[in-house]
Design a protein around this ligand. Structure first.
Ligand code: SF4
Length: 362
């Protein structure tokens, strides 16, 4: 037996006999004490360390639009680069074994469906398959810029979405775990027509399950939702107004009995290109805006195509960590989560000091 293995073998026994494991135990008690004390001082650190998390993937910064309000400053001038599907699938596979993972995924961009044009026509379907086959709820966000009659990949995209909806259908009367989110506001070009086209196409293409479509708008643009429903009606779709049990006061519209459309609005925050817009509202301490849902709070870990993971989806200064190491390889999820805890702690302490020293908080 080589000497070092021999030593190692007896070192283990020695630890057991001479109480080295007591030292080990003491060290881990000191570590737990440190973690708990820091959690008490730094509240967001505790959130990041202890709350369940969901994962979002801003798969690319490329987009065919260059909207004036874009929080991520995306556009056609950005690199046509996408987080590799294997990297995303690797993180989903790691998270699924972690009891703290809330089993919810968000796929977005830039414009994720631009992958059909710039990258790989199988990319989107591969990601949806991965998330849904693990039993996750999946939300995919798009600007529907591709949903025009003459568009090269429109039919294939609708076909792929219908196929995924059919394969992961929980049953005829149940809603699919795949939600599609569409943008509807005065900044997205021709969005009423494109959203209406996508909703009509999808409601006619799939027959097996009910797909939820979430329309995301700004408070001021809320009337555009009524215009969208009118347009769907005008285009010959069958529309039923519904109030779902457990749906709050939300009104849902069933389109051709296959798609459920609902709308939510938020204020436009100052960030990215929206910094230049008059009606955008500054966010106070945006670095701490990373929780979703009041009743069952979770944190959002958002991976982007530049190699960062941020807390919160798209506002302001971020608590962040890199997902790539120096050699550009993906880091392990636990290491990223440890860095996010440290980054949250740094932000907490920075705020604490800022509040302590008069004048600094202005
Ligand atoms: S807001 Fe959406 S559609 Fe507009 S540039 Fe940004 S990612 Fe593209």
């Amino acid at each position: 037996m080589p000497v070092f293995l021999y030593k190692f073998y007896f070192f283990d026994k020695y630890i057991d006999k001479c109480g080295f494991c007591d030292i080990h135990r003491s060290m881990s008690m000191i570590k737990d004490f440190y973690e708990d004390t820091m959690d008490k001082i730094c509240i967001s650190r505790e959130y990041v360390r202890k709350l369940p998390y969901i994962m979002g993937f801003k798969t690319t910064h490329w987009c065919w639009y260059s909207c004036a309000h874009c929080l991520e400053s995306c556009g056609p001038n950005m690199p046509k680069e996408y987080i590799p599907a294997d990297v995303i699938k690797g993180y989903i596979n790691q998270a699924i074994k972690d009891p703290k993972f809330g089993k919810e995924l968000i796929f977005t961009g830039g414009e994720i469906f631009s992958a059909y044009y710039n990258h790989d026509t199988k990319y989107v379907k591969e990601l949806l398959d991965c998330g849904l086959s693990h039993g996750c709820g999946v939300d995919i966000k798009t600007n529907a810029g591709w949903a025009t009659k003459t568009n090269k990949y429109r039919e294939q995209i609708i076909c792929d979405l219908a196929d995924v909806l059919t394969r992961y259908s929980p049953g005829k009367i149940n809603v699919s775990p795949l939600q599609i989110s569409l943008s509807l506001d005065r900044y997205h070009a021709d969005c009423i027509n494109k959203n209406a086209q996508l909703i009509s196409d999808l409601s006619r293409a799939q027959s097996n399950s009910t797909c939820m479509i979430h329309i995301s708008t700004f408070d001021k643009d809320m009337p555009m939702f009524a215009e969208l429903i009118k347009k769907l009606n005008k285009d010959g779709n069958r529309i039923t107004e519904l109030e779902l049990v457990g749906g709050g006061n939300q009104i849902f519209y069933a389109i051709n009995d296959r798609v459920l459309v609902y709308c939510s609005s938020a204020q436009l925050n100052k960030h990215g290109r929206a910094n230049n817009l008059e009606d955008a509202v500054p966010v106070e301490m945006p670095q701490f805006k990373f929780l979703t849902r009041d009743k069952r709070p979770q944190i959002i870990m958002a991976f982007d195509s530049f190699g960062n993971v941020m807390l919160g989806e798209n506002t302001g200064r971020k608590i962040h960590a890199p997902w790539r190491d120096r050699n550009k390889n993906p880091r392990d999820l636990p290491a990223i989560r440890r860095d996010l805890v440290r980054s949250a702690q740094y932000e907490d302490l920075r705020l604490y000091i800022r509040n302590l020293i008069p004048g600094l908080s202005k």
